[in-house]
Write a protein of this length. Structure first.
Length: 499
């Protein structure tokens, strides 16, 4: 009865949204957080930004860098400056022109805004120089092999300086993407409309794009089947067979570059002062209590490959030595005994989605067999992330959508001042190794540094990786031209409805 009610409400909300023949409706797994690329951290927020905000560079489906707001770029011989030539004739949604001064204003803001989450991503930047109106030069304090990758994501999204100066940007975000902001109703919808002056407007076919957060995977799929959605991200694995059998739907999965895992509070406030937070043997015991194969089979329907490290198997930085451990309850009990504890209590927080709920319940049951008393706290996803930053958590079920450069999958999460290091784990040797990897362009040498860092992290376990995140998209048969990307973003160039 509850499910029917949820389906009816969700369908009603969708139908209340202004729709037309050229409105594309996209179902999201949760509601995005703040609509400001410098302050934002949710995966679904990045999906919205993909239509709202252009970046200096983008990536191809093969994970190669490709021009967007910058038409070309060049490194200096010493690797300490990167010069971009900007695309002429680009306008922001408020009519202001894109130029080198705007790029400088954005990168300076990302580096200096007190609550910017892009600071660590741009920590190598010494200053930004306006060479001429359409040329910008980024000078570095040290070589940085990761910078181009960072600028292909939120750190490289360029917002209107006029809008930034006007007040709370997140309430009325102004960028230069193919679609401009119309309205947001929290936990209901985000509406964008086509920007007529976009530099490549001819390749974008929808008048409006409506993003609808529906955490319940069953309700999300029901809305797609009923025609109230046109496309959804993160299909529940249990629904894969039914979708494949439905001639009105198209299953469009792609292997991702990110992961899911458990982030443990080791040094962020009072809640870190527990056996789990303070003793790595307890964290090791928790890892041995978890059967990743069961998570893959029961929740993942075979599409959640077990993870033991932040680099997926397709990455050249993946090391088979750090493959996921097999479950060993006796080993877990022995580690707890060595740590001097019989029972370990902690709260497991997770976002209010069907998949996260299932995983949390499985971990709770598995942990109980090894000596862990786990209470569950479902929390709206954006709120969970805010509380994590404040240290109001023991363990979070949380993942990362992945980055092209390996630095993006590890440095922000485990370095002492990493912007996404919610547990405040800090190890000087790990910092030294990962900082050195950032300035090393030779792949073999970088891999050695990541391997050395992982030797430490595999023992300390500030994060227990559970599985590699695939991106199972589904769309209506009438949607044509959609191509899934390994970063999980929804790019609408060339996508249209069948005529």
């Amino acid at each position: 009865m509850k499910r029917l009610t949820l389906m009816t409400v969700a369908a009603g909300l969708l139908m209340s949204t202004a729709v037309s023949a050229q409105t594309l409706r996209i179902g999201l797994n949760e509601d995005p957080d703040v609509l400001d690329p410098h302050r934002a951290r949710t995966f679904v927020g990045r999906i919205v930004f993909s239509s709202l905000c252009n970046k200096l560079v983008d990536i191809t489906p093969e994970l190669k860098f490709t021009p967007e707001l910058a038409t070309e770029w060049q490194w200096s011989d010493d690797g300490k400056s990167l010069t971009f030539k900007l695309r002429p004739g680009v306008k922001f949604h408020d009519g202001e022109p894109l130029n080198a001064a705007a790029v400088k204003a954005n990168i300076d803001r990302a580096r200096t805004l007190p609550d910017s989450l892009r600071k660590s991503e741009l920590s190598s930047v010494a200053d930004v120089e306006v060479v001429d109106d359409m040329t910008v030069k980024i000078n570095l304090s040290r070589a940085d092999a990761t910078l181009l990758s960072q600028l292909s994501d939120r750190a490289g999204m360029i917002m209107s300086p006029k809008a930034l100066a006007a007040g709370d940007f997140s309430q009325n975000p102004v960028c230069s993407g193919p679609y401009k902001f119309v309205e947001r109703v929290q936990n209901d919808r985000i509406v964008l409309e086509k920007f007529a002056d976009y530099w490549n407007a001819k390749d974008y076919n929808f008048d409006r794009v409506v993003f609808q957060p529906i955490p319940d995977t069953t309700v999300r799929l029901a809305n797609l089947r009923s025609g109230n959605l046109d496309l959804l991200e993160r299909l529940a694995p249990s629904d894969v067979p039914a979708v494949k059998a439905d001639s009105n739907l198209v299953f469009a999965p792609v292997s991702g570059i990110g992961y899911q895992g458990l982030t443990i509070n080791t040094q962020n406030g009072e809640r870190a002062k527990s056996p789990l937070g303070q003793d790595k043997r307890v964290r090791q015991a928790l890892e041995y209590a978890i059967d990743r194969d069961v998570i893959n089979e029961v929740v993942g329907n075979g599409i959640y490959p077990p993870a033991g490290q932040p680099f997926p198997e397709a990455s050249p930085y993946n090391n088979p030595k750090f493959a996921a451990n097999k479950r060993d309850v006796e080993k877990a009990k022995q580690l707890l005994k060595e740590a001097g504890v019989d029972k370990v209590k902690f709260e497991l927080t997770f976002g209010t989605s069907t998949t996260a709920q299932q995983i949390a319940e499985i971990i709770q049951a598995m942990g109980a067999e090894a000596g862990f008393e786990i209470s569950l706290r479902p929390t709206e996803f954006a709120a969970m992330q805010k509380e994590a930053q404040a240290g109001n958590f023991d363990v979070n079920v949380i993942g990362w959508s992945g980055r092209v450069d390996p630095d993006g999958n590890i440095h922000p999460f485990v370095t002492c001042k990493g912007a996404l290091n919610d547990g405040r784990y800090c190890n000087a040797e790990v910092d030294k190794l990962l900082n050195e990897a950032r300035v090393t362009s030779d792949e073999a040498k970088r891999k050695q540094l990541y391997d050395q860092a992982q030797e430490i992290l595999q023992q300390d376990l500030p994060i227990i990786y559970t599985y590699y995140q695939p991106w199972p998209f589904v769309h209506s048969k009438k949607v044509q031209g959609f191509k899934p990307y390994p970063d999980g973003m929804i790019r609408l160039k060339g996508v249209k409805f069948a005529s």
